[in-house]
Design a binder for this molecule. Structure first.
Ligand code: KE4
Length: 452
């Protein structure tokens, strides 16, 4: 039996800060205590530990459509969506059927399968710049492998990334990263050799002059630029007009490759990803999250003349025991088949826009400095008067107000990403009821924030 938390307009209970019944999470608490004895920080990925919001995490027992339920039976409207993959919502019947059918035939073969070919063809058809892809099992593997390929193809070693962008936890890419690295305030990461750090050049996101200056200094030594075409790991920060086009031009003039890390934006902001939405074609694209439909599948791809340099056709080695895993491929294919139906991206965009506009209106009514951004099915917000164009701007936001807002929403049954340096995600399972309930809950949460 699921329990609706103390607040939440859905069940007519008190709104947050107005005498909501205390949320009970004893089972999650006991699980967290056990977990911390055998798993570092009690979690298998740092952001899940809720250090960014100063509390212990709920342990999730199950999901259904736009909702998740924690081990104590509390119900939440879910805007984390497993950090992006669950674009159809939890337990989508089509995905479950596809995974069950694949599992009945076997879970892994370490051999090529027809389904992998179909998924590769779908990715190449959808993404304007991609002629060939290689499947891997995580976004980290995708970006790490794309970086190796770029270095091999150019014979150069340096890379340029942007402050606050997160591209997974491969050594070269952990410099000045966003997401959990920013949330925990880790200055890079111990264990990354100085030699790797030196090879990574950084520039502020959305700052073309500073990026051009970095090219002045390092241009002919740069193998690539890697960028989140919509930043989702410093909060949600869209590219300013001309930024992505400028990167394309700088790379062309310097002979560097442009890598779009579309692990988050791929099939999230448009069927053809950010590269279709913004009309800028990278040389290599990294994918993850949605392409696995909630199971471990990711990929990287690009022009055939680049991708053919990968083993076994070429000398650049890259491999993986579970790459193209049949269950993950089945989940990914079922997800993409649904997404390519007419109207899905209009629906996602409409949900996101209603969410961001509604939050902004309620923050304004409460007299709280607040700015939002939404692109396709992803969104973000800052307790900041705006504009937020870069990681430096994002770090000026009021984190204490974020934490207060986060907990007021959580205790009223709305699950947001537990960090100001993350994005939120809607799904095709979210509808008017969820958005209206969320906005009604937010009214009380903003009042609680304003009262601070
Ligand atoms: P994974 O290795 O976590 O599958 O993907 C790494 C990655 C690469 N590129 C981008 C743009 C990403 O957002 C990510 C991973 N995103 C984080 C959340 N911001 C995953 C959540 C987590 O680290 O637990």
């Amino acid at each position: 039996m699921s329990r609706k938390p103390g607040g939440g307009a859905r069940n007519g209970a008190e709104s947050p800060g107005g005498g909501a019944k205390p949320i009970r999470r004893e089972i999650s608490q006991a699980l967290f205590e056990r977990a911390q004895l055998v798993i570092p920080g009690g979690v298998n990925s740092p952001v899940r530990a809720y250090r960014g919001v100063g509390s212990d995490p709920p342990f999730i027992a199950r999901g259904a459509g736009p909702r998740v339920y924690d081990a104590d039976g509390n119900e939440y409207i879910d805007y984390v969506g497993s950090w992006g993959p669950l674009i159809l919502g939890h337990c989508d019947p089509g995905v479950l059927r596809a995974v069950g059918k694949a599992a009945a035939a076997g879970t892994s073969f370490g051999a090529p399968t027809a389904a992998e070919v179909e998924l590769a063809e779908t990715l190449c058809e959808a993404l304007p710049s991609v002629e060939m892809v290689r499947m891997v099992s995580s976004g980290t593997e995708a970006t790490m492998s794309a970086l190796r390929l770029a270095r091999a193809a150019t014979g150069r070693s340096r890379l340029l990334k942007f402050e606050g962008c997160y591209h997974g936890h491969a050594d070269s890419l952990l410099v000045g990263a966003g997401s959990g690295v920013a949330t925990l305030g880790i200055p890079g990461s111990p264990g990354v050799p100085e030699a790797f750090v030196e090879l990574t050049v950084q520039a502020p996101y959305n700052d073309l002059p500073a990026t051009a200056a970095a090219f002045e200094r390092w241009g002919d030594a740069l193998a690539c630029v890697i960028v989140e075409p919509v930043a989702g790991n410093m909060g949600c920060v869209p590219p300013e007009p001309g930024f992505l086009e400028g990167l394309r031009d700088l790379c062309d003039r310097a002979g560097a490759l442009l890598i779009f890390d579309e692990v988050m934006t791929g099939f999230r902001v448009a069927w053809g990803g950010a590269q279709l939405r913004y009309g800028v074609e990278p040389d290599l694209t990294c994918l993850g999250k949605v392409v696995g439909g909630g199971l471990p599948a990711a990929a990287f791809g690009g022009r055939a003349n680049l991708m053919r340099q990968l083993a076994p056709e070429g000398p650049v080695y890259q491999a993986g025991t579970l790459s193209g895993n049949p269950l993950a491929v089945a989940a990914g294919l079922a997800t993409l088949r649904r997404l390519r139906e007419p109207g899905t991206y209009d629906a996602l965009e409409s949900l996101t826009q209603r969410m961001t506009q509604g939050l902004a209106e309620r923050a304004d009514a409460a007299g709280v400095d607040f700015t939002t951004a939404g692109v396709g099915g992803m969104f973000g917000f800052f307790f900041h008067p705006g504009p937020v164009r870069s990681f430096a701007d994002a770090r000026e936001a009021d984190e204490a107000r974020f934490r207060k807002f986060f907990h007021a929403m959580l205790d009223a049954g709305v699950l947001l990403a537990p960090s100001p340096f993350e994005a939120g995600f809607v799904s095709l399972a979210h509808g008017d009821a969820e958005i209206e309930a969320t906005l009604a809950t937010a009214e009380g949460a903003f009042r609680a924030v304003a009262a601070r």
